[in-house]
Write a protein that binds this ligand. Structure first.
Ligand code: ADP
Ligand code: GLC
Length: 488
């Protein structure tokens, strides 16, 4: 099938979180099994454009009062033959960050939507599926119903699929920006209540018009239909539940597996975990913390955001660090209050805690490989990749039972030896403290029989089928249901 895949992040070019990983690994796997997938994203200022090739020098179109001029430059997704098309428009994208709260944010991503479709016309690429991701690409399902795209034979068969990676971000703008988004003629097709309230929601528009909607885990697909977790879109999603599906993300095992991770000095597998211990020693040296085999090392690699539940760490971690010998390495950037907290924790426990307030891909891999435990107390988590990377690396996850965490981590049971991690149900201090103390209890002395038990627990997780090869069929069968003629 011909798949147009549009996203605001594609690793390694642009990544702030899991969306970047998925927008690279899913297209790569679709290509491997024979689909013609083309990926579009903005050419942000942070992307090194050397080695790219200009394939469409000038695309000019009108959005309200603005004459938009973009060009399209192409590259390949590393490690694959997937073409990546960057939308080049320096006045909109040549800025320090990927996202901004600025006055033209709607325009930045409306241009991405329009440019991707216009480029397909020029390239004579007729997509069977337009697979769009999150609010930044949410206008595409509607644009396909409007001129100049509706009625164009290149889009005659195109069906749209919107994947929601995080419903907490919806791209809500003032309705007066409608014309600048190229929607002046589409008033009747927009969400009427929003319009009356003076709002234009990119994600809402996608939810209204996509032929199908997926989100990144089955549990999250149920959760976003509830008022507690729907961030205001639950009603609309309930109306569209016949075409709403939860498909768990897969992980890219070429990038993320302890047997061949290019970032690791010491490779290892579930059969021989000795390399993991060497990675732990090396990681602690990097973190300037003392290494002792029997002391468990916990880790956090995350955006430091409200969603991730670190408010629970504030009352819980100091006591645990004091009472039980545990070490902690934290890699993350984000909100100031979490920076301040982890900073103060590392000052209070200089032998036990190291905080790295940076974005560091290489260190993220070395942490996954070197740590014993991984903390993910997320308030909500659409899928979550780090708990899956952790499982794969024998780094036992401690998680809140929500979204994709609930679908990927199974409570460890000491009697049967089954399970892959420690899961707490109630999002409160007691919950996190209970789960973390249980984990430390199972770790025990870190030697002898305790060690044997721990290795069994690690192996349970390492042997799970988490790669895309186990998931891709779910997307492909949905594509086929949407575009049956394409699969003849
Ligand atoms: P989310 O997308 O909500 O941030 P995920 O668990 O799906 O959460 O994905 C997070 C991704 O971002 C992982 O690949 C993780 O390793 C990466 N990541 C997050 N923070 C950092 C950081 N400070 N340095 C390097 N990688 C990070
Ligand atoms: C979002 C979610 C995260 C998910 C990722 C990739 O950023 O917060 O849970 O894993 O998208 O789908």
């Amino acid at each position: 099938m011909n798949v147009l895949f549009v996203s605001s992040e594609v690793a390694p070019f642009a990544k702030s979180g899991g969306l970047g990983d998925i927008s690279a690994s899913l297209p790569r796997h679709l290509k491997t099994i024979g689909h013609d997938v083309r990926v579009f994203l903005p050419l942000y200022g942070s992307i090194d454009a050397r080695g790219t090739q200009e394939i469409i020098p000038g695309l000019v179109f009108q959005l309200g009062p603005h004459e938009i001029r973009v060009s399209i430059v192409a590259a390949r997704l590393p490690g694959s033959e997937v073409p990546v098309y960057f939308v080049r428009c320096p006045s909109l994208y040549d800025r320090p960050g990927l996202y901004e709260q600025g006055p033209d944010e709607h325009l930045r991503f409306a241009v991405l939507c329009h440019a991707a479709l216009r480029a397909c016309q020029v390239l004579r690429f007729a997509p069977d599926i337009a697979h769009v991701n999150d609010w930044q690409t949410g206008l595409i399902p509607l644009l396909l119903k409007l001129p100049p795209f509706a009625g164009d034979r290149f889009f005659a068969r195109t069906r749209s699929l919107l994947t929601i990676h995080n419903i907490g971000f919806q791209g809500i703008f003032e309705a007066r920006h409608m014309a600048e988004c190229g929607l002046a003629q589409a008033t009747t097709l927009l969400h009427q209540e929003d319009l009356r309230a003076g709002r234009l929601g990119f994600l809402t528009t996608g939810v209204l018009h996509a032929n199908a909607i997926t989100t990144v885990s089955p549990t999250y697909a149920r959760e976003i239909q509830t008022p507690e977790q729907g961030f205001g879109l639950d009603g609309l999603l309930r109306q569209r539940r016949e075409v709403l599906f939860g498909i768990l993300n897969g992980i890219d095992e070429d990038e993320w597996s302890p047997e061949r991770d290019p970032h690791l000095r010491h490779h290892y597998s579930s059969a021989d975990l000795s390399g993991k211990e060497r990675n732990k020693a090396a990681l602690l040296e990097t973190a300037r913390l003392p290494y002792q085999r029997e002391i468990p090392l916990a880790a956090i690699v995350s955006r430091l955001a409200w969603q991730k539940g670190f408010d629970l760490c504030m009352p819980v971690l100091p006591g645990i660090l004091q009472r039980r010998g545990m070490q902690l390495v934290v890699l993350g950037t984000g909100e100031k209050r979490y920076h301040d907290f982890f900073e103060s924790l590392s000052r209070a426990f200089p032998q036990q805690v190291a905080f790295r307030p940076t974005f560091d891909e290489n260190l993220a891999h070395r942490i996954e490989a070197g740590a014993d435990l991984f903390l993910m107390p997320s308030r909500y988590e659409p899928c979550g990749l780090n708990q899956m990377y952790s499982l794969r690396y024998g780094t036992v996850p401690v998680v809140h039972k929500t979204g994709g965490l609930a679908d990927t981590v199974w409570q460890y049971d000491e009697r049967s030896g089954r399970g892959t991690g420690f899961v707490f149900e109630h999002f409160d201090e007691g919950g996190l403290s209970w789960a973390l103390n249980r984990a430390l209890g199972v770790w025990g002395t870190g030697s002898g029989e305790d060690r044997e038990r721990w290795i069994q627990l690690q192996r349970n997780g390492m042997r799970l089928p988490l790669g895309w090869s186990h998931r891709i069929d779910e997307y492909v069968s949905l594509y086929r249901r949407l575009a049956p003629e394409a699969s003849q």
